[in-house]
Design a protein around this ligand. Sequence first.
Ligand code: GDP
Length: 316
Amino acid sequence: MKTYNLRGKRVWIAGHSGMVGGALVHRLQREECETITVDHHRLDLRCQEATAAWLKIHRPDAIVVAAARVGGIHANSNWPADFLFDNIAIASNIIRVGCEIGVEKLLFLGSSCIYPRDAAQPIAESALLTGPLEPTNEWYAIAKIAGIKLCQAFRRQYGCDFISAMPTNLYGPGDNFHPENGHVPAALLRRFHDAKIAGRPEVTVWGTGQPRREFLFVDDMADACVFLLKHYSGDSHVNVGTGIDLTIREFAEMVKRTVNYEGRIVYDPRRPDGMARKLLDSSMLTDMGWKARTSLEEGLARYYEWFLANFPVARH
Ligand code: GDP
């Protein structure tokens, strides 16, 4: 297996203030490389000139594109222009200039929503572009598909070692706990916590509770990224998951237990369910020798611990 040695390399984490970027900065401390970051108020990655100028000055050896406009099912359908345009701009600006300045390795991060709504489960990498997307997140999905294709195109045309990874639903420290715009783990953790503090008798969970999702703790994702940077150099994007899924109902019960909330759960079927099931086939990655280490129970406990330590306002 071809390997890329990170020792002594300058690695730019684009999007270090996000959940995955933050976990990566932390994880890379164990790799004897130097991490480079830039705050988003100092560099707007959607701006081609500014991104090119910054990259030409800082010239990283390797890049991880963890920067993106992200959000849950609600945010995706409410801001289609931002989700499509911003994410395409970020991917294309970084990838093109990365090639121009001779970046040795680039890892582009996407999401499992790139796959067709009716893809066979568990979803293998080969399911990409075999059918229509789930309409609630197609804006984000199309931008992420463009990112994968840019990596492949630059690899084929210019020989760049650009790869991409598609994580399943992520959760962990640094998540967005906005009650409407976040993903389901953050939204539910916050809602159960707030209800417990306020002594409310019930908590509402969106949709029917029937969809199935697979959840990966963000530190495991960061570990998979480092593994891929070091050991993977192929044309295909690579799925990153745990191989285990559960219903939103089962997940909500687990979050309720984590928070120690004693009230009832009610479902609001007027809210969208999104894809019926989204379980990744991660055998390509596990066959290379990587697997997730954090159980959902342990991950949720660490998630809540982080929330309590970092959301003092929500605690009272
Ligand atoms: P998705 O995996 O791309 O669909 O993204 P989400 O994390 O936003 O939603 C996953 C599933 O959780 C969907 O079936 C939602 O209906 C369900 N869900 C239940 N409660 C919530 C909530 O409070 N917020 C969000 N975002 N989803 C919720």
